[in-house]
Design a protein around this ligand. Structure first.
Ligand SMILES: Cc1cc2nc3c(=O)[nH]c(=O)nc-3n(C[C@H](O)[C@H](O)[C@H](O)COP(=O)(O)OP(=O)(O)OC[C@H]3O[C@@H](n4cnc5c(N)ncnc54)[C@H](O)[C@@H]3O)c2cc1C
Length: 315
């Protein structure tokens, strides 16, 4: 019998949520994606470590999902387990040392909540996250940011759970961070042995509450004017190429704004956003992305790479 069928028996002390055949469209900002075999929301760090160790021992593949705001799950769903940290404690720990503030933050916290908390306390360094959806764990795995700033500028250390369920602290010098990329022990988010980030220590500085809150308002307004924030998407679909114009400019120059495949569309507002106009499938989005890539390659000779993380299997 598959270990998936009797997972409850394999996890007798586990307290968290276990669901089967959970539609991933419920857990992704694109609102597409088939079901995963198993959906786990541990209630504590012990629960998480137990679940991860058991899944590994039983050979059940595991993907961590934060806010799903950078994930494109294919229509055939995910074989194996999906784990979310949404059920874990989200208490922050503050340590002020002169002008420096160290925040130790659980990875399941919403990035927006963290940014707002820091600004309200007058801690500077997180305003670049204003308007970035999802959780801190996903933001760290992606080294999320807004050019030219990203998490690499404020990250001091990570606490992770490895795939055998052991907890480790990893200091900044053992991490490699670059544009939308983090490696821990040489592994990145595409690697099935990528550790699960459970908390991060961030290095901020003392600032002024009023100035930080005003800047947040300005940044949010700018976003709503220039990005299709009211339609399901995963933010910028492609990474900006290392040299030359941004992906958005390359796509816009080809007149592709408004281009569709099924119910997927290149946003008329921002050419690097592919949006779900209602009822799109992952296959629609992938087909549209493929067409965009081909056109950019043909016209500009530039190969666009996805910023979005693609997971799962075809329907
Ligand atoms: C409207 C909109 C605007 C956006 N704007 C920006 C922007 O300005 N800048 C930017 O960088 N991004 C942006 N994004 C993309 C996305 O919001 C960020 O990448 C975000 O930080 C991802 O966080 P998440 O929790 O949703 O990650 P998810 O989408 O859930 O996961 C992303 C990747 O991280 C991994 N992961 C998630 N949590 C963990 C964990 N705890 N441990 C290990 N791995 C983990 C997942 O397995 C996956 O590989 C935008 C998206 C949308 C929809």
């Amino acid at each position: 019998m598959s270990p998936l069928a009797h997972i409850e028996a394999l996890l007798p002390r586990y307290q968290g949520v276990i669901r089967r055949e959970e539609p991933m469209a419920r857990h992704t900002a694109f609102k597409v994606g088939g079901a995963c075999d198993l959906y786990l929301a541990p209630e504590s760090l012990d629960d998480l470590c137990m679940a991860v160790a058991t899944l590994s021992r039983e050979g059940i593949p595991l993907i961590v999902v934060g806010g799903g705001s950078n994930l494109l799950v294919k229509d055939g769903g995910i074989e194996g387990a999906v784990i979310t940290l949404a059920g874990l404690d989200t208490t922050l720990d503050e340590e002020v040392a002169g002008e420096t503030v160290f925040l130790t933050v659980p990875a399941g916290i919403k990035t927006q909540r963290l940014g707002r908390f820091a600004a309200q306390k007058g801690y500077a360094g997180l305003n670049f996250t204003t308007g970035i959806p999802g959780t801190l764990g996903g933001a760290l795995a992606m080294n999320a940011g807004t050019t030219p700033v990203a998490f690499e500028g404020i990250l001091d250390a990570l606490t992770v759970v490895d795939r055998s369920g052991e907890i480790h602290t990893v200091s900044r010098h053992a991490l490699t961070l670059s544009y939308r990329h983090l490696t821990i022990g040489g592994k990145d988010r595409h690697d099935e042995a990528f550790p699960i980030i459970v908390s991060a220590r961030l290095r901020l500085t003392r600032g002024t509450r009023e100035a930080l809150m005003t800047e947040r308002k300005r940044l949010l307004k700018k976003r709503t004017q220039s990005q299709p924030v009211h339609l399901p998407s995963a933010g910028c679909f492609f990474k900006n190429p290392p040299q030359g114009p941004s992906a958005g400019k390359l796509i816009d120059d080809l007149g592709l704004k408004g281009e569709t495949h099924g119910r997927a569309q290149v946003s008329p507002l921002h050419a690097n956003y592919l949006v779900n106009t209602g009822g799109a499938t992952a296959a629609d989005i992938i087909a549209l992305a493929t067409r965009v890539k081909e056109r950019v390659k043909r016209r500009h000779g530039i190969q666009l790479d996805e910023e979005v993380t693609l997971v799962g299997k075809e329907a």
